[in-house]
Design a protein around this ligand. Structure first.
Ligand code: BTN
Length: 275
């Protein structure tokens, strides 16, 4: 056990770990425990919070994942962070947002720890066949123009978990930075690395979309793998060939049919396990 190495995830600690004069430093909130940082960020966005507003929690009571799943968010273990972006564009121009954030988070984790996770299409940070974290993107549209009013991107990264900190059903599927590296990283340092990587990604999001997607393809461990495509019908075995510019996964089914599947429709599993 590691009782002597407590960290603290306060606003002061995150600001101290950020580079000086970070452009988002006046809009970082650390409310402690929340239901979901995405829910909190969406409330802030609806009441006019600016681009770059960041909500960082030390625990979530109702952390959410993609496709209605929950995200295990125990106190003192992970970083649960959501950012409000107002890119001023159409939803079609943001199809790559989750991918861009994924590869940015690989960079953030690498900058902190020296260790670069992979990405399981489309939104899971993975290591050694296990899930290190996940990303949940939610858009709010302006009903008059159809443009994106805000995007809330939420990221959870397992940082200080030991195996027994995960519930039994997750132990075979989930990992943490501590379990992978043997180092108990300070969560405020991880949060600062995430914010830094997010603001760098934000500057490239629209002007350098192809470069971000090229980086995503390098990080994505699903490409080249045998997968099972889980949609509404029976799981279909396939080979994952590529990720297109909008984040769709190009697969070849065993009958030779090639299809691009989207993250709203399907999820994928490896043939033998989670990744
Ligand atoms: C997934 O596993 O499908 C995505 C998980 C995303 C979890 C993060 S934690 C911070 C933010 N708040 C949430 O409720 N979800 C995201």
């Amino acid at each position: 056990m590691h009782e002597n190495t407590m960290d603290c995830l306060t606003r002061e600690a995150v600001l101290a770990a950020l580079p000086p004069a970070h452009p988002w430093q006046d809009r970082i909130f650390c409310p402690g425990v929340v239901d979901s940082t995405n829910t909190r960020a969406k409330q802030l966005a609806a009441s006019g919070a600016p681009h770059g507003t960041v909500v960082i929690a030390g625990a979530q009571t109702a952390g959410r994942g993609r496709l209605g799943r929950s995200f295990h968010s125990p106190e003192g273990k992970g970083v649960y962070l959501s950012v409000i972006l107002r890119p001023g564009c159409s939803p079609a121009q943001l199809m790559h947002l989750t991918c861009a954030v994924g590869t940015a988070m690989c960079g953030g984790v690498e900058a902190l720890s020296g260790f670069r996770p992979g990405i399981k299409w489309i939104n899971d940070l993975v290591c050694g066949g296990k899930k290190l974290g996940g990303i949940l993107t939610e858009l709010g549209l302006d009903p008059r123009t159809g443009q994106v009013s805000y995007a809330v991107v939420g990221i959870g990264i397992n940082c200080r978990h030991e195996a027994l900190d995960f519930p039994p059903e997750l132990r075979e599927k989930a990992t943490s930075l501590f379990l992978e590296t043997g180092t108990l990283f300070d969560r405020s340092h991880l949060a600062a690395a995430m914010v830094t990587a997010l603001s760098e990604m934000d500057a490239q999001l629209l002007p350098q979309k192809e470069a971000l997607m090229a980086r995503y393809r390098r990080d994505c461990v699903t490409i080249g793998q045998r997968v099972r495509v889980l949609g509404s019908g029976a799981p279909r075995p396939a080979e994952a060939l590529d990720v297109d510019g909008s984040g769709g996964l190009v697969v070849r089914y065993d009958d030779g049919q090639i299809q691009t599947v989207t993250s709203g429709e399907v999820s994928v599993r490896g043939m033998d396990g989670y990744v």
